[in-house]
Design a protein around this ligand. Structure first.
Ligand code: DGI
Ligand code: FE
Ligand code: FE
Length: 395
């Protein structure tokens, strides 16, 4: 028997119980082997609104689906990092599962626009189009529309069941007002939102911060841009947890890799322009330049005067003896941001939650071992930082 696979795409900003309900009910109704939830990267029609970062939407979907064997979450569209076109995703699923039968799950609103989607005819050829009504009146509207689509050759399935007319917008507004959302979203998602302070922020975001975001968006690759947003969020979280200034931590996180995607010669030029000399190890280690040149860029080109932010950026790669709390917060945020996935990241995240000093020792030891294994020079600041923290005073 061919596998029966459904695609359920959306922004999931955030995922709520209505989504889960819809996916699970369709799984039962259509005897689906799996439902693949696919958070979109940039939905074409919502480009300018304030969305949670893709990485967080993905994480929330994973938490929400974890209890259900029939539901899985894919990062395919997020990793594609362009506009999300359902037809391209279906084509990819078709390549990945050539013998399967594909279904496309939609809520009522989405279903009623299907006929206008990019390459609709191909979508209709590849997948059965499934809609979940919110109530009986809705069901009648959906059935009429389904008959139109069927006249164009589509196969449609309008469910007998109804799913609650909840929306993510409504969930976000409730969260912003501090209202109870326990019946709307899974507990694990609520905890993630609280821990990462999603949706609650005062949306009169300071102007400068918006500008910083625009600046890094222009200077960084999409992946590094996403990394910077994730580090900003993690730094803010750690700052709150450990009693450092969360606003400064967020700004330092946003800007810490500002020159990481700038070519080496330009970085050296910036250092030269402001008469910064590199030491012997730095001269041999181009990977260290972005931290020093980045701090100089922030100070002299963006006009940032706050020493805590400048030093956090300057020492984010090497660390140093006598690191301050804001420096440590950025250093650990860079190691534990949501986008990181090196082998020990779980250990690192756990330590960062539990014991900031142990986390620093672990991160430094990890870096030093890694560099030594690769035969690259370890910066004296990194060594000094490590020695101080393991209590070795013999230099
Ligand atoms: O910029 P990110 O990739 O987010 O992270 P980062 O600023 O910590 O940079 C990590 C890179 O820098 C990684 O390739 C290891 C390298 N690095 C860190 N400390 C040292 C170092 N390279 C040398 N040669 N010496 C160091 O002490
Ligand atoms: Fe960096
Ligand atoms: Fe970084």
């Amino acid at each position: 028997m061919p596998e029966r696979i459904a695609l359920f795409g959306g922004t999931f900003d955030p995922i709520h119980n209505g989504h889960i309900d819809l996916a699970r009910r369709f799984a039962r109704l259509l005897s689906l082997d799996r439902v693949i939830l696919m958070p979109t990267f940039v939905p074409p029609h919502k480009l300018r609104c304030e969305m949670a970062p893709a990485i967080d939407r993905l994480a929330m979907c994973r938490l929400a689906c974890a209890p259900y064997a029939e539901l899985e979450v894919s990062d395919l569209e997020i990793n594609r990092r362009g506009a999300s076109f359902t037809v391209l995703t279906l084509e990819q699923l078709h390549r990945q599962y050539p013998d399967s039968e594909l279904f496309l799950l939609t809520g009522a609103d989405m279903f009623l626009t299907l006929g206008t989607w990019y390459r609709f005819a191909d979508i209709a050829r590849m997948a059965t189009l499934c809609a979940a009504p919110r109530d009986t009146a809705d069901a009648a509207v959906l059935r009429t529309y389904a008959r139109d689509l069927e006249a164009q050759g589509a196969r449609c399935e309008v469910a007998e069941f109804t799913v609650p007319a909840w929306s993510s917008t409504d969930v976000r507004e409730r969260l912003r007002r501090g209202e109870d959302v326990r019946d709307r979203i899974p507990q694990a998602v609520a905890e993630y939102i609280a821990a990462h302070d999603l949706y609650t922020q005062n949306k009169q975001y300071r102007d400068v911060e918006e500008q910083y975001i625009d600046i890094i968006r222009g200077r960084l690759t999409p992946r590094r841009f996403e990394h910077s947003l994730a580090v900003a969020r993690q730094a803010e979280y750690l700052a709150k947890k450990y009693g450092s200034d969360p606003d400064k931590a967020r700004v330092a996180g946003l800007l810490h890799d500002i020159l990481k995607d700038t070519d080496g010669d330009s970085q050296l030029q910036i250092l030269k322009d402001f008469a910064i000399l590199l030491d012997a190890v730095e001269q041999q280690a181009p990977k260290l330049w972005h931290a020093r040149a980045g701090a100089v860029f922030l100070e002299h080109i963006l006009g940032i005067t706050d020493r805590e932010i400048l030093d956090a950026v300057r020492y984010h790669t090497t660390g140093r003896a006598g690191m301050t709390l804001p420096e440590i917060v950025l250093y650990l945020a860079d190691f534990t941001s949501a986008d990181r996935d090196y082998p020990d990241v779980d250990v690192m995240r756990k330590l960062t939650e539990e014991d900031i000093d142990a986390a620093m020792r672990y991160a430094l030891a990890y870096t030093i071992e890694d560099l030594e294994a690769q035969g690259r020079p370890v910066h004296p600041d990194t060594l000094a930082c490590y020695r101080e923290r393991v209590g070795d005073t013999n230099g």
